[in-house]
Design a protein around this ligand. Structure first.
Ligand code: FES
Ligand code: FE2
Length: 442
């Protein structure tokens, strides 16, 4: 349980709030690059600010305030020029630094444009995503996390807008036991109600859960029935990269704080098929729907089960009313880390996970259980099985048929004794001084 004041401290994202000041130290994915191929101008909202992202005809990205400073028309309807974005109303032109470079209806010798600017932020592209930075100068480097820069992989990007505060999504990542219940017992219940066949369980009963702070954030570990501490799920675990990324399998789940009561969820999934493949010219994007045509949660889909759990906690969960048990120790650890980093920024210090050294940023490897195996036919079969049953979000992806073909080809090569590519084995995060664990079953 938190007081109302601490709940606000942890969840507010506006520029004038302590939480918002912390969050402005990080880069956020605001759009898949593929979306700008279709329409080079896109309205976005990030950390409570309404902005317009565009790619001009020179290929440069710009991210500026949504209203035009002249008479407040939305730059969402702007025209990308050779350099900058032109307002549709009276043709004022703004460059990516927010400077007004043309006012075609003003007298030819006017210098008014030199005194007009609009708010402008940095935007950069990496791995098929466009990231934005809204914080103080100098901007840190855009972190080059491993999955964003690996070669010989296929990627796709699934987006969903969730009507709740971003911290609810992050707390879920510090909550291993929900897998057993939400994605197990509840899944069975929902599938039975919908007359679907029994889905395979994601996890057995949890015997023990554990958490460690590490350089990028927090690692969570679990031992489920039938496993020991030698299993990767305990030895390596899977990490939350502070402040807002869950690493799961070969995927990132970005929880992008849109405002106090909305989170843009981006699942960035990377598939290692074991085959040498050329880089994708464009990383496909698709929407994972939260609700069906009748507005009901699509809670037969495993990932959407998480989404609806967060959304149903309310726009901002009333943490002053909750009753935390011992198995919520990971949630408490995340809240403490978040509070600590907010306080750091308020003291004028820099928070964790901010990169300024290009050598360190060449590729940032994040530990993750079970990424050492090259995906083979078993993965493909498991995925096809889950897709045909309807529990996998991948079924919404346009990339799916091509991906399954690659897995089949990988299988053929493995059976023929031909080599396939693998990814490096994850380095386990050691059990640290601040380790916390809870034994659930003897
Ligand atoms: S409102 Fe934008 S140029 Fe006039
Ligand atoms: Fe989950």
């Amino acid at each position: 349980m938190l007081t109302k004041e601490v709940n606000e401290l942890l969840t507010q994202v506006g520029a004038s709030t302590p939480g918002g000041r912390l969050l402005r130290y990080y880069w956020y994915p605001i759009a898949p690059a593929a979306e700008l191929e279709e329409n080079p101008v896109k309205k976005v909202r990030l950390l409570g600010e309404d902005l317009v992202l565009y790619r001009d005809r020179s290929g440069n990205l710009g991210l500026i305030d949504e209203p035009c400073p002249h008479r407040r028309v939305s730059m969402e309807y702007g025209i990308p020029e050779q350099e900058g974005l032109r307002c549709p109303y009276h043709g004022w032109l703004f460059n990516h630094e927010g400077r007004c470079t043309e006012q075609p209806a003003e007298p030819w010798n006017s210098t008014f444009k030199d005194r007009v600017t609009t708010k402008a932020y940095k935007a950069e592209e990496l791995g098929g995503l466009i990231f934005a930075y809204l914080g103080p100068d100098p901007a840190p480097l855009l972190p080059r996390y491993d999955l964003l820069v690996w070669d010989n992989v296929m990627r796709h990007i699934g987006v969903t807008m969730i009507p709740c505060n971003w911290v609810q999504c992050m707390e879920n990542s510090m909550d291993p036991v929900h897998v057993e219940w939400l994605h197990g017992y509840y899944l069975d219940y929902i599938w039975a109600r919908k007359g679907l066949p029994m889905a395979p369980r994601s996890a057995g009963r949890h015997k023990k859960i554990g958490f460690d702070r590490f350089e990028h954030g927090i690692v969570k570990r679990r031992v489920v029935e039938g496993h020991t501490e030698e299993h990767d799920a305990w030895r390596v675990g899977h990490p939350v990269v502070f402040p807002n990324i869950l690493r799961s399998g070969t995927g990132f789940q970005y929880r992008v704080p849109v405002d106090d009561t909305h989170t843009l969820h981006i699942i960035y999934q990377v598939y290692v098929t074991g085959l040498p493949i050329p880089p994708q010219t464009s990383v496909p994007v698709y929407e994972i729907p939260l609700t069906d045509a009748e507005g009901k949660y699509m809670n037969e889909i495993l990932l959407v089960q998480d989404f609806f759990a967060w959304a149903s906690q309310g726009p901002v969960a009333a943490r002053e009313l909750e009753h935390l048990g011992q198995s919520d120790v990971g949630i408490t650890m995340y809240r403490e880390l978040l509070k600590e980093q907010i306080e750091r920024v308020e003291r004028g210090e820099e928070p964790i996970e901010v990169y300024r050294d290009p050598a360190r940023n060449r590729q940032i490897d994040v530990p993750q259980e079970a990424i050492d195996a090259t995906y083979t036919s078993r993965t493909a079969m498991a995925m096809s099985g889950r897709i045909s049953l309807g529990s996998a979000y991948e079924r919404f992806s346009p990339m799916l048929p091509g991906l399954l073909d690659l897995y089949r080809e990988a299988e053929r090569r493995i059976l023929a004794g031909e080599p396939v590519l693998t990814v490096p084995e994850a380095t386990p995060v050691p059990i640290g001084d601040h380790h916390k664990q809870v034994v659930i079953l003897p």
